[in-house]
Design a protein around this ligand. Structure first.
Ligand SMILES: [Zn+2]
Length: 479
């Protein structure tokens, strides 16, 4: 998660009173009726043919015109030029001229909570984010830090049981942090990690105050249980974290403190000073390039979170109008109030504008050097970005950063799948893969904004109606 402008404070994951109210509501709702996803399904047939569709396959290769995809029992069994693909007689055939098929997005920093009240309050998303992710074409997520693990496990279970429409969910641990000045207790850490692993967590999220000296026991315990370790680091620079064995670094250069002239070893400096200084750092300089090489050589992936950074450029930022439909009234009003107040804060807005450009440059250099870049929404900050809509915006921003449309889509699909070890099953449109396919009207290869025109989202070959999914969460985000 990220906060704006102010000095970073350690976020407590302690459940608040609203959370208990939420649990109570969840309990009552679950005891009253068993929900079902059937009402959101628009296409469900044993054999489906998607004909005359443009394909952006997620590999990074160029878009291909007039293709046909065959889906059988939830898997892709053929994809190729329409003229060469034989369509089984039993198929439900859809003529998708004017549409584009691409793999479902793999969102790698996709929380199941939202930050509201101008950044002061984190609220569990309850059942609102899962349908939103699916509606916008995000078919797989990694949560990259849990606000409340049991609530997020409940969401995953509902999705897995087919009671809640949502993406395939890879659970991450709660934020592992420590109080400033304290040390990490290796036995306690191992115990926690084992407990989380037993509960189905597949990645560990470490947070700002964890330092290089804490990392040995954390990484060892996590890797022993097959967990990948990802960090939003601060007390550690990226090179230190890479050398300590971290698998993934969140947010990119923007949170790397190692270039700050006043950085003290093992301490997370106040953010304003180092971000300001970082905007003047040359990405092509030897020291930044050496950091990039270290990450690439040690196969440390980076998660791009451009959509959340853009919300800090408050002078220019405009709220996605679609948020009006899904945010609860007060939460929507809070966004407007916050943004109006911050529009006049030219100084910080301009620091963040420069930082956003710097981050984009870093991400291009990282990929150019052979690094594995992935993307995710991070629906935190002051609440200016939410599940799904923000994922789409993140891909648009990758194109603004200078990636080709096909590269941007690869970053948002195959690269995340590769990191998760799921690339033999998802991440590209290819024979034998699970049929997680997004159909959009238009051509994202020419205009990435078309990514917003999602018409059908297939998850394991079942087609969902995005409009109905969005309608089902109307007014419920941020409650
Ligand atoms: Zn986050």
């Amino acid at each position: 998660m990220l906060t704006y402008g102010t000095e970073m404070s350690i976020r407590s994951a302690a459940p608040n009173r609203r959370y208990f109210v939420f649990l109570l509501v969840l309990f009552l709702a679950s005891s009253c009726k068993r929900a079902t996803t059937a009402e959101f399904i628009s296409i469900k047939d044993p054999v489906i043919a998607l004909k005359h569709v443009r394909v952006i396959d997620g590999s990074g290769g160029p878009a291909r015109e007039d293709q046909t995809i065959i889906i059988e029992s939830g898997r892709i069994t053929a994809v190729g030029p329409t003229a060469e693909i034989s369509v089984p007689a039993s198929a439900n055939s859809l003529d998708l001229s004017g549409h584009t098929a691409m793999p479902g997005l793999v969102g790698m920093h996709n929380h199941l909570f939202y930050t509201t009240d101008g950044g002061d309050r984190d609220v569990p998303a309850g059942d609102s984010f899962a349908p939103l992710y699916l509606a916008t074409g995000v078919t797989t997520i990694r949560t990259a830090g849990a606000l409340n693990l049991s609530a997020e496990q409940a969401v995953k279970s509902s999705v897995d049981r087919g009671e809640l429409a949502g993406p395939k969910i890879h659970l991450s641990s709660p934020y592992m942090d420590k109080a400033v000045g304290e040390s990490v207790n290796p036995e306690k850490v191992t115990e926690l990690i084992n407990q989380w692993a037993d509960e189905g967590v597949t990645s560990l999220k470490i947070y700002e105050n964890i330092s290089r000296s804490d990392m040995g026991s954390i990484i060892e315990a996590a890797h022993k249980r097959g967990l990948k370790v990802t960090g939003h680091v601060c007390a550690m620079g990226f090179v230190e974290a890479a050398q300590a064995g971290v698998d993934n670094l969140e947010h990119g250069l923007t949170v790397d403190t190692e270039f700050f002239s006043q950085k003290k070893s093992g301490e997370c400096p106040g953010r304003n000073a180092w971000v300001t200084e970082l905007t003047r750092t040359d990405v092509k300089s030897e020291r930044v390039q050496a950091m990039i090489r270290e990450l690439v050589n040690r196969r440390v992936a980076v998660t791009s979170t451009l959509a959340i950074f853009e919300t800090f450029v408050t002078e220019k930022f405009e709220l996605d109008s679609r948020m009006r439909d899904v945010l609860e009234d007060d939460a929507f009003a809070d966004c407007g109030t916050y943004l109006a107040k911050r529009k006049a804060d030219h100084r910080w807005s301009r620091v963040w504008e420069a930082m956003l450009r710097k981050e984009m440059e870093f991400e291009r250099e990282f990929v150019k050097a052979g690094g594995l870049l992935m993307t995710g929404v991070d629906p935190t900050g002051w609440g200016g970005v939410i599940a799904g809509f923000g994922d789409q915006r993140g891909v648009e921003l990758l194109v603004e950063a200078g990636f080709s449309a096909e590269e941007a889509i690869r970053i948002a699909t195959l690269n995340g799948a590769t990191f998760l070890g799921e690339d033999s099953r998802i991440g590209t449109l290819a024979n034998g893969k699970q049929a997680d396919i997004v159909i959009v009207r238009g051509n994202p290869a020419a205009n990435m904004r078309d990514l917003r025109n999602v018409q059908i989202v297939f998850k394991d070959g079942i087609g969902y109606d995005p409009a109905k999914l969005i309608e089902s969460v109307r007014g419920s985000v941020g409650q």
